[in-house]
Design a protein around this ligand. Structure first.
Ligand code: F6P
Length: 321
């Protein structure tokens, strides 16, 4: 009997997920598997909503943002009844290996499923937040960085003209990976991330010192997990002579055509994911470490805390003088 690989994209979407679906499908077919895609994340496993993916049906999607399998947040998937239903769906479809493309929340769902299912669970990290332990980069991160940088470059133009201070909030959930990389790449005067608090007094001091040097505008890149940027904008306004504006970049960061880097990562991760299934290895995640594609425990990817390189924050400060 032909062996079957399932693919699912639960949680928030990320640019490059389609490139990963395409690559898993084509690599799996090349190795003699058939592939089914479960629709709307975990809900597809609860309702047995799935479709056959063939090398042809995944044509023309490598450049598309989002996920052709669709996704919805599915809280409660960890409950016993839901997990049993999910495992039953995998068994009905004779799924030997399930490739879960998503973030740590999706990986927790895969681990829950593995309690009830014999299918090999493989996690491919895909989130714009880049907050998955064990991989230097997640699919979609590079695209989101580029999207945010493009938007902030435009904001800088108007900030310079009006000599205003702009607080620009970027996504990232509870972590500062996106804000930090974006901050360095736009030359932000201040970068605010949850991992290293900064007082309002210090922000104001930076802006005042810049003004004395003749730089009367400023870009403050703030991670959404840092805190309330509406309040920050009001407080900054009271403490400085300059006009302060807030711009929340929002969901545009999650969309758009994936960069070459996100596409390449998706293709390499997919290759490793199918390899692991072929080797009969389950409960594994794939990742990028120092340029190499690796496999490691899904449990760690789902639960461990990824360290952030705070030297980048110091570099951002130095570069923004
Ligand atoms: O995890 C990706 C992400 O875009 C986060 O950056 C953000 O906090 C969250 O998802 C938004 O979630 P939702 O799509 O449920 O609004």
């Amino acid at each position: 009997m032909t062996k079957t690989i399932g693919v699912v994209t639960p949680g928030g979407d990320a640019p490059g997920m389609n490139a990963a679906i395409r690559a898993v499908t084509r690599i799996a077919h090349a190795k003699g598997f058939q592939v089914v895609g479960f629709e709307r994340g975990w809900e597809g496993l609860l309702t047995n909503s799935c479709k056959k993916l063939t090398p042809r049906s995944v044509g023309g999607i490598i450049q598309l943002g989002g996920t052709i399998l669709h996704t919805i947040r599915c809280p409660g998937f960890e409950e016993e009844e839901a997990v049993e239903k999910g495992a039953e769906t995998l068994s009905i479809n004779d799924v030997d290996g399930l490739v879960v493309i998503g973030g740590d929340g999706s990986f927790k769902g895969a681990l829950d499923l593995s309690r009830e299912s014999d299918a090999f669970m493989i996690g491919i990290p895909a989130t714009i937040d880049n907050d998955v332990y064990g991989t230097d980069e997640t699919i979609g991160f590079d695209t989101a960085v580029n999207t945010a940088v493009g938007a902030i470059d435009k904001i800088r133009d108007t900030a310079i003209s009006h000599e205003r201070i702009f607080i620009v909030e970027v996504m990232g959930r509870k972590r500062g990976f996106l804000a930090l990389e974006v901050g360095v790449c736009v030359g932000a005067e201040v970068v605010l991330i949850p991992e290293r608090p900064m007082s309002l007094a210090d922000m104001v001091k930076t802006m005042e010192e810049n003004a004395k040097k003749g730089k009367r505008m400023g870009i403050i890149v703030a991670a959404e997990g840092w805190g309330n940027t509406h309040e920050l904008a009001q407080e900054m306004q009271q403490k400085t002579e300059s006009e302060v504006r807030l711009s929340i970049l929002g969901y545009a960061q999650r969309g758009g055509s994936p960069t070459t880097r996100s596409r390449l990562l998706a293709s390499l991760f997919a290759e490793k994911a199918v390899d692991l299934i072929c080797q009969g290895q389950g409960n594994m995640a794939v990742g990028l470490r120092n340029g190499a594609i690796v496999g490691y425990e899904l449990e760690k990817a789902a639960r461990d805390w990824k360290p952030i390189d705070l030297r980048l924050l110091d570099l951002a400060d130095t570069l923004a003088t």
